[in-house]
Ligand binder design. Structure first.
Ligand SMILES: Nc1ncnc2c1ncn2[C@@H]1O[C@H](COP(=O)(O)OP(=O)(O)OP(=O)(O)O)[C@@H](O)[C@H]1O
Length: 315
């Protein structure tokens, strides 16, 4: 668990972060959202002490981060930035093994961990371990960047716009992979983004910042349904809020169990698809109803236009 208490940072005359407090529980995914220059990166970099706070306190599992030597602290906290920052003259294996090596892990343990992480991110270890970063695509490099940050099993992962430089399709793929890995490993993540769509899709809690201040900290659904007046309201948007609400729920959460025999004339949708995709399919097919199928392709229920209208509507 991480607790940020009355944290501020002043650079000369400029107050970059102004008296912010929040708490992220173990295993939660927290997104810091806001426009450029609002203090997101500065907040993140104070947590791993790349920047020293002017005021305030940061506790990780009740331990004040200022009581730890910064190098020791950074080995307990993974850090991923946009553009990856892989070491260009080291192989993928050496890159991922960086922190375990510094911590004095045995070679066999490092080898096993590198293979485990590459496999986790769907990169074939035999193919990729000996390659150099420039031989990888941007998406592959970014996966390696996340794998490297996770190598020594950190208790916290900090990510600063990690997918900002990727094309939209690769970006979506990596978002899905990160969510899968996060759920699997149960790690706590604090990620910076200026993309509300990304925040709504991935976060358990969203912290909206503006001009160095924390304006609202809530779940995606609460933030979309009850944004505070002013900046947050303008950020979450007007009517497209309804589509964002649909994007945060899965078909499986609103479907009704199978009532009738599957019909070949009714379009099908995967149970883990989101409601926005379901709405798009209903409109595209001019249908009133979709059949829901599980990962094995078995029909398990149905979802109707009426169900979706309820979910995307004002509370
Ligand atoms: N080392 C520094 N020295 C002086 N001012 C700084 C320094 N780092 C950041 N700032 C200023 O602090 C403010 C907050 O910067 P920060 O990088 O935290 O914003 P951000 O929300 O992450 O923005 P972006 O999305 O553009 O990265 C900005 O006005 C920035 O110019």
């Amino acid at each position: 668990m991480i607790e940020v208490k009355a944290l501020s940072k002043q650079f000369d005359a400029q107050i970059a972060v102004n008296d912010i407090s929040f708490r992220v529980d173990h295993g939660q995914f927290c997104m810091l959202v806001g426009t450029s220059g609002c203090g997101k990166s500065t907040t993140l970099r104070m947590i791993n002490r790349l920047i020293e706070p002017s005021h305030g306190q940061i506790l990780i599992n009740n331990q004040d981060v200022t009581t730890l030597p910064p190098e020791q602290l950074r080995r307990r906290i993974g850090y991923v930035i946009q553009g990856v920052g892989l070491f260009p003259h080291r192989t993928i294996h050496q890159n991922i093994g960086t922190v375990p090596r510094l911590l004095g892990w045995k070679k066999a343990d490092i080898d096993a961990r590198v293979t485990e992480l590459l496999t986790l991110f769907k990169l074939d270890a035999a193919t990729f371990a000996g390659k150099y970063p420039h031989q990888l695509s941007g998406g592959e490099q970014q996966r390696v960047g996340v794998a490297r940050a996770l190598a020594a099993r950190p208790e916290l992962l900090l990510m600063d716009e990690p997918f900002g430089a990727l094309d939209p399709l690769t970006r979506e793929l990596l978002q899905d992979e990160l969510l899968r890995v996060q759920k699997l490993l149960g790690i706590t993540i604090i990620m910076v983004t200026h993309d509300l769509e990304e925040a709504v899709k991935m976060a358990d809690v969203i912290a909206v910042m503006d001009k160095g201040e924390l304006l609202q900290l809530d779940s995606p659904e609460t933030l979309l349904r009850h944004p505070r007046e002013g900046f947050v309201q303008s950020l979450v948007g007007g009517l497209d809020r309804s589509l964002r609400l649909l994007a945060i729920k899965q078909v499986s959460q609103v479907m009704t169990p199978l009532q009738q025999q599957p019909s070949p004339s009714v379009p099908s949708i995967a149970a883990n698809a989101n409601l926005r995709d379901a709405m798009a399919l209903l409109i595209w097919e001019r249908a009133e109803q979709l059949q829901v199928v599980d990962a094995a392709g078995k029909h398990i229920g149905q979802v109707t236009m009426h169900d979706l209208l309820q979910q995307g509507a004002r509370a």
